[in-house]
Design a protein around this ligand. Structure first.
Ligand SMILES: Cc1cc2nc3c(=O)[nH]c(=O)nc-3n(C[C@H](O)[C@H](O)[C@H](O)COP(=O)(O)OP(=O)(O)OC[C@H]3O[C@@H](n4cnc5c(N)ncnc54)[C@H](O)[C@@H]3O)c2cc1C
Ligand code: FES
Length: 332
């Protein structure tokens, strides 16, 4: 091997490792593609944090990225964003997903038909799409949706239980947003194309307490998780804190309460920024974390706007939870 090519070992969660030869200074993702591996990414430019991995040894340079998705403290502890990695020396990188997920070639998009579009709360629309076949995914994952004829796609987390042919999404309407504008006129029968399910923010099958924190439509992946927990009867001490701007922005509350009772051991708390009524915290959902008395082994799941996710990470750390036990999904 010439001195300008360095070895990179990719360590996958299933224990499989792959060795790549990467030109010094070359892009990790490109070298992986040449070796037949598709590393899991979403934005591909350091803005979403979806691809976060752990550098175990060696050195990489990161191109431009958003410090909110990879804070300097995490970078100092070895966290990296493979989508913007340039390899500087022989290194080993741990990826939080199985090798089989990276081995498959990017599959063709799956056609689907809009089955329903319904406004369910202030600024929130429920989109339901129907597929020819049931879709298998991990509760908490997302797909990219491309409206027919559009040259863009956006990522949305499934709220339904895995393994059905109807997918449900809860989408915040963003003024001037491309997908939001499409959604404003979408109707039953319209066609869309879906990517395969993606993402590492999914329910871990483990017996320790859980804390779910959602901001706005960040509730969507937790609905999928709770529906799965209810279907598989896996009671687990779970605290779920939901945040919204006003009570009018909240959705699916009745179902969440019913799921909580069905599963058992689920405690639901609500925080709203404005017009908090009885039984609601006034403020952000992350303000609630210090008072929860969480067990040190709690696994934390944070999903919503990036500032909420960042505040949640800091709050979890401040009450003594391990950084490695906090999973994040940022809706960027
Ligand atoms: C993994 C993942 C999962 C997600 N899951 C969900 C989910 O379940 N539910 C959900 O609601 N969201 C989710 N999101 C967020 C979602 O993907 C979109 O980012 C969001 O819906 C906005 O899309 P949009 O096309 O409507 O807006 P965009 O077109 O992306 O626009 C966003 C903002 O930028 C502004 N803008 C756009 N173009 C320009 C321009 N040229 N100049 C200046 N400003 C501009 C728009 O006015 C708007 O304010 C997820 C994101 C990720 C990464
Ligand atoms: S895919 Fe790497 S940060 Fe978005």
């Amino acid at each position: 091997m010439s001195h300008s090519v360095v070895p990179v070992t990719l360590l996958f969660a299933d224990g499989v490792s792959h060795r790549l030869a990467v030109p010094r200074g070359g892009r990790l993702v490109e070298a992986a593609i040449e070796a037949g591996l598709n590393l899991l990414t979403d934005c591909s430019n350091g803005q979403c944090g979806t691809c976060t991995a752990q550098l175990v040894s060696g050195a990489v340079e990161l191109e431009d990225y958003d410090r909110a998705v990879l804070p300097d403290e995490d970078r100092a502890c070895g966290a990296v964003l493979p989508c913007v990695c340039r390899v500087e020396s022989a290194c080993a990188i741990e990826l939080p997903y199985d090798s089989t997920e990276a081995l498959s070639e990017e599959p063709a998009l799956t056609p689907a038909e809009v089955a329903a579009v319904e406004r369910v709360a202030s600024e929130v629309v429920r989109l339901e799409v129907k597929l020819a076949q049931a879709l298998v995914f991990e509760p908490g994952q997302y797909v990219r949706i491309t409206p027919a004829g559009a040259d863009f796609h956006r990522s949305y987390s499934m709220a339904n239980i895995p393994g059905t042919d109807r997918l449900q999404f809860f989408i915040r309407i963003v003024p001037g947003g491309a997908f939001s504008e499409w959604l404003a006129t979408a109707q039953a029968g319209d066609q869309v194309a879906l990517s395969t399910p993606r993402g590492t923010f999914f329910l871990r099958d483990e017996s320790r307490p859980r804390l779910f924190v959602a901001g706005g439509t960040g509730v969507a992946p937790f609905l999928s998780m709770l529906r799965s927990m209810a279907a598989h009867l896996t009671p687990q001490r779970t605290t779920f804190v939901i945040g919204a701007r006003t009570p009018g922005h909240l959705f699916a509350l009745d179902e969440l309460k019913a799921l909580g009772e069905q599963i058992g051991g689920v405690e639901l708390q609500i925080a709203v920024e404005h017009d908090a009524g009885a039984g609601c915290h006034a403020g952000y959902p992350t303000d609630v974390i210090p008072g929860l008395g969480l067990h040190p082994s709690t696994r934390v799941y944070l999903c919503g706007p990036p500032p909420m996710v960042e505040a949640g990470r800091k709050a979890a750390e401040a009450v003594g939870l391990r950084r490695a036990d906090v999973l994040c999904e940022r809706f960027v």
